[in-house]
Design a binder for this molecule. Structure first.
Ligand code: ATP
Ligand code: MG
Length: 356
């Protein structure tokens, strides 16, 4: 197939890891006979330096014309001045908004070879394979907010709002993903207390009943979910929830595998390109040293192929090679536990060679 893929390397280790992702995409194109047109565009701190704007218009135009976007990371101490006119992170928020990316996908998968580094016991955590869908553009983070006078001084408020349509579209995406996985969907809410959650549950129940009757479906209250995630993470397949609950639960879940450096994420809209990135930041403390772990970014390219281009075999090929690489004992510094390690580029070589 022909596809137009945009790379947004960003700041810090971003360029070092995205170039490894690019090599993997090129290897996949060669192996499976695809033609990927890949172009790079500025975002974040470097774009502020060069163009005075963390998201220059040509970057937006290129993203909108693409099928999928691979992002490194943005930000760093150089741009941390709170009095600055703009910040690198603004570029990221703006591109998500421009592309209407309302669903954040975060797979939480454990790697058997690394799971002893998990704060949770091996018997509980090994074999965990969860795909979170967090609603990204609604809920309490985007509701009306403000302060007003109060007898004790003042009071502050944030409104949590979800519409039928907002719940439907994210539940539908999550349910579709569950059909291609183990066929189980868990919707997380707080319907015993929140009216917003009662609507969420009503809509989720209906969408699943009418459109996905074949799925195993359950609803779980968010407080109970926090417990279950730690005590029986293996019981979950696809989990869908609102913006704030998803924010908190996915951060908690990201500790389960024992290695933050291996987790990718995706942000999707209804149509148009998806945005794929590692969950870690720009790691300015190790930038330019060729020691960053590129595997989260490489796993993000697998998500890109699966979710934006529909190339499941190609995605699986990358995931299998990453698993084999870890099994063979190849480690970057962050996961070497003080032992021998390979560089960023060497890890890229190891993965690319197996795709050859
Ligand atoms: P954010 O920028 O999202 O706010 P942060 O600044 O809290 O995140 P990161 O930039 O992810 O955090 O870095 C946290 C720590 O993890 C740093 O010590 C960094 O060097 C390390 N780290 C992050 N990503 C990687 C990676 N791909 N390989 C190796 N180490 C990493
Ligand atoms: Mg950072």
């Amino acid at each position: 197939m022909d596809a137009n893929i945009v790379l947004l390397p960003g700041d810090g280790i971003g360029p070092e890891i995205v170039v490894q992702g690019k090599r993997v995409l090129e290897a996949i194109a060669a192996k499976f006979g695809h033609s990927f047109t890949i172009s790079e565009h500025p975002i974040g701190g470097n774009a502020i330096d060069d163009f005075g704007d963390p998201l220059p218009q040509p970057t937006i135009d290129a993203c909108k014309a693409s099928q999928a976007i691979l992002l490194g990371a943005v930000g760093g101490p150089k741009w941390d001045d709170p009095t600055a006119k703009t910040r690198p992170e603004v570029g990221l928020l703006k591109i998500r908004q421009e592309l209407g990316l309302f669903a954040n996908l975060r797979p939480i998968q454990t790697w058997d070879e690394l799971v002893d580094a998990s704060p949770i016991r091996r018997e509980i955590v090994a074999g965990t394979d969860i795909l979170f869908f967090r609603e990204l553009t609604g809920g309490i983070y985007f509701g009306d907010s403000g302060r007003r006078p109060h007898a004790s001084g003042e009071e502050a408020y944030n409104e949590m709002v979800y519409s039928t349509g907002e719940v439907e579209r994210v539940v539908r995406l999550a349910a579709k993903a569950a059909q291609t996985r183990r066929g189980k969907l868990t919707s997380v809410d707080k319907a015993n207390v929140l009216e917003v959650s009662r609507l969420w549950r009503q809509v989720a129940d209906r969408v699943v009943k009418e459109e996905f009757p074949d799925l195993e479906y359950e609803v779980v209250l968010v407080d109970a979910m926090a417990m279950h995630l730690i005590s029986r993470p293996k019981d979950f397949d696809v989990v869908v929830t609102g913006n704030m609950f998803g924010d908190i639960l996915t951060d908690a879940a990201s500790m389960l595998p024992g290695s933050l450096g291996l987790l990718p994420s995706a942000s999707l809209g209804s149509d148009g390109p998806g945005l794929y990135e590692p969950i870690h930041g720009s790691a300015p403390d190790i930038a330019g040293q060729n020691i960053a772990n590129p595997l989260a970014t490489i796993l993000a390219t697998a998500m890109l192929l699966r979710h934006s281009l529909g190339l499941e075999d190609e995605a699986k090929a990358i995931e299998d090679v990453v698993a084999a690489t870890l099994k063979a004992g190849h480690r970057t510094k962050d996961i070497a536990g003080g032992g021998a390690f390979v560089s960023t580029t060497e890890m890229g070589d190891i993965v690319v060679n197996q795709l050859g």
